[in-house]
Structure formats: structure tokens, C-alpha cells
Write a protein that binds this ligand. Structure first.
Ligand code: JHZ
Ligand code: SAH
Length: 408
């Protein structure tokens, strides 16, 4: 058998969790497409050398990101506010040049963050391979290039636009298999005084909360400060600050610069020590994680089967990419969940990847609410609870699986 190799260090990888056959997280489809549906073996590996948690196999990027990508960032008003705050913090950070600063964002999607720079007439560029969402960004005055970011694209951008003051990304870096090439590109793209600020779902939260649904095709990595320090350290860069975020069920924002350009904040030293104490540098931690994942699956399936036997009507709320992992790993189909409601037009009228549960417009849920709703968009709980007071007042109940399976 072929040896599994770490994508960062080249050291051997140890397999830690096997999620079985999985479809594309955002591969919503019509019944006519069932016969050709794509699946891949989703297994996670860990390397104690790089401390990077990673998928062993990942579908080709072009299979996931194209001109009909199903995820639109601006479907959450809380996230719109989050990215306005992020943009404000970048502008006020003191890292941007006083004269004609230049900001590059990787995976700008529908422009949720960059439109805030466009509005302030700050020179910017969004690199967004999914053409349908990039076009949406253009409508908000955002300048885009619809390509995958690579080291060679970084060189082209430098020759056309010059180097950047800030390189931003949110929920993108963890999607890119050739992350080493990306970091090499960032190093060329960034001015000597430039900074990188990016955030992604945080491995520390995934382990602590058993939020295993953060693992799906698009998320080839789940980062920690330890693995990010290792990855960027190989290319002469270093972490200068870390800022925990509540978004997506627990994320981490990493601030990096060329080595020696800025003092390293104490937050970095503190987090690295905390991660060692949590065991994010050790294989044994992921044995416990695997046991917790299996336990979560058993409890969720048992609960849904019990409710079905009692004649309860159960629906899903939010056809998230995350739900693809839960449904396929737990074997939950239309026999247990009638439908999933979602506000994204491109997902509606289709079936969920792999398990083929119908995705319906929000109005279906609102017009005839179920007895129980599985909160697949649990990361947006605050926003959704504020919106669904009527559902709860009428006796509707939520099912969540993070940090443990329970009825709210
Ligand atoms: P949400 C995607 O993950 C994919 P997903 C990707 N890999 C990633 O990392 C993150 O985004 C950033 C709907 N909704 O944000 C909209 C409602 O119906 O949890 C979305 O389809 N009603 C790039 O898909 C879904 O739920 C609502 O009130 O796991 C939420 O998807 C709200 C707030 C959302 O990301
Ligand atoms: N930043 C937004 C969007 C996240 S979705 C947010 O946080 O909501 C991830 C985006 O990254 C997708 O729109 C996808 O098309 C884009 N992407 C994937 N691979 C990329 C790459 N190699 N270079 C640039 N963008 C990429």
C-alpha cells in the first residue's frame, strides 16, 4: 500500500478518523444526476512533525470550485457584520501604507469583506475561482480575478499591481491542497512591512466540541497555531498575533509577517503553550477525538430514530456543507429527516449530496414548521434563534449535536 505523506513536512501521516465514502460537501444535485454522483474516501491523517490535521485524499479543486458554487457568504447578516468589523480592523491596524495601500483577499466569494474596502476606495483585489460568486462581488464594486491562487499568480500580480500591504483570507486557506505553494506566493506578494491576516475553523474547538462536521472535502486542513507556525516558518515568516473568533463555531485569526519585521505578541506564546496542553501536537489526542465522533454519531441516530417512531415531524435547518458529513457518516436520509430548509436559491429544489434529502425554500419551513428542527447551521445559532422566536413559542424544538447531541 502507498504510504500516506504529510502535505507540509513530507513525514509519514497516521490515519486518525475514517468517515467512509463521502460526496462533495456542496454537491447539491437533481435526481437525474444521482447515477453519476462523485464520492471519495474521506480519511483524516495527522503528523506529529508538522502537527497538521489533514485529509489524506481530497477531490480536485475544480470539482469543488467552479461557475456554479453553492455557497454564498452573504446569506448570514451576522457574517456580513463580522467582515465589516474585520475590514475596519485592517484599516485601523496601522499596517497599511499611508499612501495608496493595496489589499489582496483570497477567496473573496460574493465580496462580503472586500466591498468594505471598495466603498472606501482602497485599492484591492479579490482572487476568486468560483465565477458565479465572483460576479456577485463585482456588482458591489469589488475587483476580482477568477483564478486559483498559486505562486505563479502571485508573481503576475506583483508585476501588474506591485506588492501588497495586507493579504487577507477567511475560510479559504484551509481549502487549498498546495498550501506550501500558497505560502511561497504570499511571501513574494507581501511588502517587507506587509502582514497576512487569515482565519479558519480552529482545530482546538473542533477537538474540544467534537464538531467533526467541520471535516469535509473542501477543508483539506484544520489549523492550529502550532501547525501554522510550522508551515509559515518553513518560508521565513512567523506568527505575530492570534485572535480567537466566535464565527463558524470557533475560529482562529492568524496574523503573520516576514520573520523579524514586527515584535511577536504574547498572545502567540500563550496559545502555543495552551495547544500543547490540549494535546494538539500529539497523535493520542485524536484517538479520543475518534471515540467522541463515534459516540456523537450513535446518539444522533438513536435520537432521530426515536422521534420518528413517536411520529414526530423532523426537518433540517440550513443545508450546510457541514451537514453533508453528518448525514453521510451517520447514514441519515429522507427516512429520518423530511427536508432541509435553506435560504440560498441555488440549493433549493435540489437534493443533498449523498443522502438525497430534498432542500426546500425557507418559506416551506416557515409556513408549516416541523416538530423538531436539526440545526445544521449551528454556527449561526444566535442569528437563527433571534429569527425563529415564533417556531419556539409554538413548541418547535431544536436538535443540536455540538458540543453534544441534545434537544433544546
Ligand atoms: P454555513 C461553507 O460552509 C463552505 P457551510 C466553506 N467551505 C466554509 O468554510 C464556510 O462556508 C465559510 C443557510 N442559512 O455558513 C445559508 C439559512 O438557511 O454554516 C447556508 O446555506 N438561514 C466555504 O455551508 C447555510 O445555512 C439562515 O438564517 O457549512 C449556512 O452555511 C442562515 C444564517 C443561513 O457554511
Ligand atoms: N471568504 C468567504 C468565502 C469562503 S468560501 C467567507 O469566509 O465567507 C471559500 C472560497 O474560497 C470559495 O468561494 C472558493 O471559490 C475560494 N477558493 C478555493 N480555492 C481557492 C484558491 N486556490 N484561491 C483562491 N480562492 C479559492
Amino acid at each position: 500500500m502507498k504510504k500516506d505523506i504529510c502535505r507540509i513536512s513530507g513525514a509519514p501521516l497516521t490515519r486518525v478518523v475514517d468517515f467512509g465514502k463521502q460526496p462533495l460537501g456542496n454537491g447539491f444535485l437533481q435526481p437525474a444526476q444521482f447515477a453519476d454522483e462523485y464520492f471519495f474516501p474521506m480519511v483524516v491523517g495527522f503528523s506529529e512533525e508538522s502537527m497538521m490535521f489533514q485529509l489524506i485524499e481530497q477531490p480536485a479543486p475544480e470539482k469543488m470550485f467552479h461557475d456554479h458554487y453553492a455557497f454564498y457568504s452573504s446569506t448570514s447578516s451576522f457574517m456580513a457584520r463580522h467582515f465589516k468589523d474585520f475590514a475596519d480592523q485592517v484599516v485601523q491596524s496601522g499596517y497599511l501604507a499611508k499612501q495608496d495601500p493595496y489589499v489582496v483577499e483570497l477567496g473573496c466569494n460574493d465580496g462580503i469583506m472586500l466591498k468594505n474596502f471598495a466603498e472606501q476606495k482602497i485599492r484591492h483585489l479579490g482572487i476568486e475561482p468560483s465565477l458565479n460568486v465572483a460576479k456577485e462581488a463585482n456588482k458591489h464594486g469589488v475587483r476580482t480575478r477568477s483564478e486559483f491562487f498559486t505562486e505563479s499568480l502571485a508573481e503576475t500580480i506583483v508585476s501588474e499591481d506591485g506588492q501588497a500591504d495586507a493579504f487577507l483570507a477567511a475560510n479559504v486557506m484551509c481549502h487549498i491542497p498546495d498550501i506550501v505553494g500558497v505560502v511561497k506566493g504570499i511571501r513574494k506578494l507581501l511588502k517587507p512591512t506587509g502582514v497576512v491576516m487569515f482565519e479558519d475553523p480552529y482545530l482546538g474547538d473542533v477537538v474540544a466540541k467534537t464538531s467533526y462536521d467541520q471535516i469535509y472535502d473542501e477543508h483539506v486542513f484544520l489549523f492550529s497555531a502550532l501547525s501554522i507556525q510550522y508551515l509559515f516558518g518553513q518560508q521565513g515568516m512567523e506568527l505575530i498575533d492570534v485572535l480567537p473568533q466566535k464565527t463558524h463555531g470557533g475560529s482562529m485569526r492568524y496574523v503573520l509577517a516576514h520573520r523579524g519585521a514586527y515584535p511577536v505578541k504574547e498572545s502567540v506564546t500563550r496559545l502555543l503553550a495552551k495547544e500543547r496542553a490540549q494535546g494538539l501536537d500529539r497523535l493520542a489526542t485524536f484517538d479520543t477525538f475518534r471515540a467522541n465522533v463515534e459516540d456523537s454519531r450513535e446518539k444522533l441516530v438513536a435520537l432521530l430514530k426515536k422521534l420518528k417512531a413517536e411520529g414526530m415531524r423532523v426537518a433540517g435547518y440550513g443545508a450546510t456543507s457541514k451537514s453533508t458529513t453528518i448525514l453521510n457518516y451517520c447514514g441519515i436520509g429522507p427516512d429520518l429527516i423530511d427536508y432541509i430548509s435553506d435560504t440560498t436559491p441555488i440549493k433549493q429544489g435540489k437534493r443533498t449530496p449523498g443522502m438525497h434529502i430534498p432542500v426546500v425554500p425557507y418559506e416551506t419551513f416557515k409556513g408549516n414548521p416541523p416538530d423538531y428542527a436539526v440545526l445544521f447551521a449551528w454556527n449561526h445559532a444566535e442569528e437563527i434563534m433571534a429569527k425563529e422566536k415564533e417556531f419556539m413559542a409554538a413548541g418547535g424544538k431544536w436538535i443540536v449535536h455540538v458540543p453534544e447531541v441534545k434537544v433544546l
